[in-house]
Ligand binder design. Structure first.
Ligand SMILES: CC(C)(COP(=O)(O)OP(=O)(O)OC[C@H]1O[C@@H](n2cnc3c(N)ncnc32)[C@H](O)[C@@H]1OP(=O)(O)O)[C@@H](O)C(=O)NCCC(=O)NCCS
Length: 212
């Protein structure tokens, strides 16, 4: 059975996760031009404003309508600033599984935002979308990402040897590919029992129509 994710807004104590919109273009472009994003993700570098616009107006809507995934803007509830994104990809509606990843803007890191956003997304996926498995893949040396996975209750399942292309600076300052391992993590509905109490609670899910 193929399906699609709805346009959704998820509220937590400090964050609102919602669809990306055109007002996010500048902030998205700025947040993606970052050493850690360049090192650990496939986001093209330098990441241009045109690239951000393409992501928001074409790529993200196509991911959703095809059923493959969902791209959510992570915003601060109080300031409404864009602080990051949560991405769902490779969704399998038969298995009811999806792959989750996150990026937080450099200036907003260390505040627990990635964990809060990922956990809220997982709770929505299990509770509302009836998914049964969330997978995360972290590059072997990406400590920050692994800490987030661990903090939200993910179980490390093993290593995909040589499956990850990370990026390092070449002598001339350009980025070059380096092959490394992926650590595979998963989260099942039962793994979340008890985790929510340790982190900020999810306040609710709202369909986009309600949210607007
Ligand atoms: C990975 C990333 C999203 C983490 O975002 P964040 O909002 O700073 O993460 P959190 O604040 O929720 O941190 C969660 C835990 O990880 C720890 N952590 C965060 N960054 C860390 C780092 N660089 N080194 C070690 N631990 C780190 C935090 O201390 C926290 O644990 P604690 O509560 O026990 O102190 C962010 O560093 C990022 O955007 N990196 C670049 C993109 C990327 O690698 N994405 C993941 C691709 S798989």
């Amino acid at each position: 059975m193929t399906s699609t994710f709805p346009n959704i807004s998820i509220s937590t104590e400090r964050l609102v996760l919602r669809p990306l919109d055109e007002d996010d273009v500048q902030a998205l472009a700025e947040m993606m031009n970052d050493e850690q994003v360049a090192a650990w993700t496939d986001v093209p570098q330098p990441f241009t404003v045109a690239g951000a616009r393409e992501w928001i107006t074409n790529y993200a809507p196509a991911e959703r309508t095809s059923g493959r995934g969902l791209d959510l803007a992570v915003t601060e509830f109080l300031t409404q600033r864009l602080v990051g994104i949560v991405q769902l990809t490779k969704t399998d509606w038969h298995v009811r599984s999806t792959e989750l990843s996150y990026i937080i803007a450099p200036w907003a890191r260390g505040e627990g935002y990635a964990s809060e956003a990922a956990l809220a997304t997982a709770q929505w996926l299990f509770g509302d979308q009836k998914l049964e498995r969330i997978e995360l893949r972290t590059a072997a040396d990406n400590t920050a990402s692994q800490q987030v996975a661990q903090k939200i209750g993910c179980i490390s399942e093993g290593v995909l040897r040589g499956a990850c292309i990370a990026h390092v600076h070449a002598d001339d300052g350009t980025w070059i590919d380096v092959r490394t391992d992926f650590i595979v993590w998963s989260l099942l509905p039962e793994d979340l029992e008890g985790t929510a109490e340790q982190l900020a609670d999810v306040d609710g899910f709202t369909s986009l129509a309600d949210w607007n």
